[in-house]
Design a protein around this ligand. Structure first.
Ligand SMILES: *[C@@H]1O[C@H](CO)[C@@H](O)[C@H](O)[C@H]1NC(C)=O
Ligand SMILES: *[C@@H]1O[C@H](CO)[C@@H](O)[C@H](O)[C@H]1NC(C)=O
Ligand SMILES: [Cu+2]
Length: 137
């Protein structure tokens, strides 16, 4: 009987930690209700980002109308200069969800002419995941 209880306890703690792990993954709506388009003020998206924290396992939702905008992850250089690199992959269909898997700095821009220069671009810092499975044992 005690053995059975122990098994149940291990099982339940596994379920709880799996839930904790899942709950820590958030979907960030880029620009909130404004969505992903040319902002009215420069620095709009980085101001949005500065109020949030991003962790591996999270996702970004770029809400835009297909044919009006797009989104590409670019290098820091590409971000600074508003230029796509040769191997950069543009997502043309909106809304677009991008899953965040590698910790570190990530840069995004719209490739429509002039949009990035008007600050339709975003830089985020992605923190490594906290291993809640390990913590709860
Ligand atoms: C994207 O923006 C449109 C227009 O503002 C809105 O109706 C729609 O609900 C948004 N999509 C998501 C996934 O939030
Ligand atoms: C957390 O750590 C456990 C035990 O080392 C490992 O099995 C599991 O894959 C890790 N989970 C993540 C999300 O890194
Ligand atoms: Cu655009």
């Amino acid at each position: 009987m005690a053995y059975f209880n122990l098994i149940m306890l291990v099982f339940l703690s596994a379920v709880v930690s799996a839930m904790a792990l899942h709950a820590s993954n958030s979907l960030h709506m880029v620009g909130d209700d404004f969505g992903w388009r040319v902002p009215a003020s420069p620095g709009f998206y980085n101001e949005w980002a500065s109020k949030r924290s991003f962790t591996v396992g999270d996702a970004l939702l770029f809400n835009f109308t297909t044919g009006w905008h797009d989104v590409t992850e670019v290098s820091k250089e590409g971000y600074d200069q508003c230029k796509l690199g040769d191997s950069d992959k543009t997502i043309k269909d909106g809304p677009a969800t991008i899953h965040l898997t590698n910790a570190g700095d990530h840069y995004y821009m719209c490739s429509y002419k002039g949009h990035c220069l008007k600050d339709q671009k975003l830089a985020i810092h992605l923190a490594p995941t906290v291993n809640t499975t390990l913590r709860s044992l």
